[in-house]
Every structure is written in C-alpha cells, then in structure tokens.
Design a protein around this ligand. Sequence first.
Ligand code: ATP
Length: 290
Amino acid sequence: MAEVREPAIRVEDLRFSYGEIEAVKGISFEVMPGEILGFLGPNGAGKSTTIKMLIGLLPPQGGRATVLGTDVALDDPGLQARIGVCFEEKNLYLNMTARENLEFFAALYGVKDADVDGALRRVGLADRADDRVKTFSKGMRQRMMIARAFINRPDVLFLDEPTDGLDPVTAAAIRATIKEEAARGAAVLLTTHDMFEADELSDRVAFINEGVIVALDTPENLKIKHGTRAVRVRLRDGDGVAEEVLPLGDEAATKRLAELAASPDLLTIHTEEATLEQIFIKLTGRGLAG
Ligand code: ATP
C-alpha cells in the first residue's frame, strides 16, 4: 500500500490581532515534507506574525496549527528540537566563537554528531570559525542564524527573510543550502518580499496581503492562471534600438508580430512570462515593496 504522507505543517483558519490591528485574518495552508512554501507579501502583510505563531512565540487567537502533528498551542519543548528557525532576532552568543555557538545549540537540541564545520562551510564562515561572533558584521550574523537553523537537521525549517541584506553571492549560497535542506526532506516555510527568491526557491507560493492568502499555487500555475504571456521584439531604429511588447493571443498583436518578423530591422524576439510581482499587483492592486 502506498505510504500516506502527512503534512509537516498544517494551518487552518489561523488568526491573530495586536489590539485593534488584525494582522492574520484566518489563513489556511499545508507544507509537505521536502516542500518549500514561499510566503510572498509586502511589509506588514502578516508573514512574521504567522511564523511567530507556528514557532511558539505568539499564541494563536483563532484557528489551529500543527507542526509535525503537534498543536503549536501546546508549546511542546520536544517539538523545538525538531524544527529550525531563522528569525529577525539574532539571539547568538556574542562572546562565543562561531564554532562554540553552533556546538552550544547542537548540544541544546541533543544532537551528538553535529557537523559544525560543515555548517560553517555551507554559509561561507569556515575561515571565521574561531572568531567571536561580536566581531561579525550584520550579514555574517545572519549567516550564523542560518547555520544555526539547520544544525539539528530539522524536519521543519522556518526562515523569515533569510537572505535579506546579504550580498548576492552569499544570498545565492544560502538559497542553495535551503534547497539542499528540502532535498534532505525538511519542510521549509520561507517568507520573502523578493519575487525572484520566491520564484527560484518555492515549490508553491502563497501570496499574502493584509492578513489573508490571496493565491496559493506553484509559480508556474500562478503565471499560467493569472499572467499574460507576451513577446518582446527588438528592432534597429536609426542608430538605436526600439522595442515592442506584444501580448500573446491578441489578434492585432499577432498581426503586428508577423509584420515585425518580416522586417529587415528585426534584431531579436523573446517570449516573456509574467513575473510573480506583476501577478501580485493584478490580484491585490499593490506591489511587493513597502
Ligand atoms: P515585514 O515584511 O515588514 O516583516 P510582515 O508581513 O512580516 O511584514 P507582520 O510583522 O506580521 O508583517 O505585521 C502584520 C501587521 O501587524 C502589521 O500591520 C504590523 O504593523 C502589525 N504588527 C506587527 N507586530 C506588531 C506588534 N508587536 N504590535 C502591534 N502591531 C504589530
């Protein structure tokens, strides 16, 4: 008989308000083992509040959430050892070295054979292993938080804006690490307001705006369902280059495309698909910045 796989994270109609401010207004989703779910939304959408409820920092005020089958409202310490968290607060021990920090957290989680050097290597800090964290830059502390999040080989990873403020090379290394963790079988819930990051990493993306999920699907399906595909044509124009963007499936545009394709000034034709940001704007009337 086929194995029935349970979601690693199950959220049903979850709600939270800060006084009058309704931050999370009844959201539902699931994340399967090995799956990366991207939470994409602008500042204030409710992403961090949702994660805070799932990792036991805030009590849900409505609805229900389970992580690895355990209700998050129970605040089970056994669960903490099976999850990894990278959150805004950088609660590292500044007087300890990078290696000591990771060894400490591994011991705290009861991990006996933690690959501390491997973890430091993966986040590009192997050469700083014996330096105290207080000498680290903001980005290096962020990388320590990522290394710490997966030191216990967690079954679930909660990553809040994991590459925010990192240089592009480090950000790419961190993204590769996140993919490796999912390939190992970890369920990953990742918040971001970077549509490229969401598109690159996520098996599925939840668009979150003003405390509600407005769409949840694979990036591919979101683009097929909500986006308009287009063709971008570049033509020689005197000494410069002119561009025309023609939507696919539009009769007039198709005619124009045939004309341009026959033009001696034609340089390139590229198909373009909608970006997640364009779809987000279409669905919510607002962009991802701010
Ligand atoms: P960001 O990308 O800026 O982190 P976010 O999507 O994580 O945004 P939240 O931090 O969950 O959003 O905020 C959701 C709403 O709750 C916002 O309106 C925010 O102002 C409000 N909020 C968040 N934390 C508090 C708090 N401690 N007290 C009062 N209101 C809060």
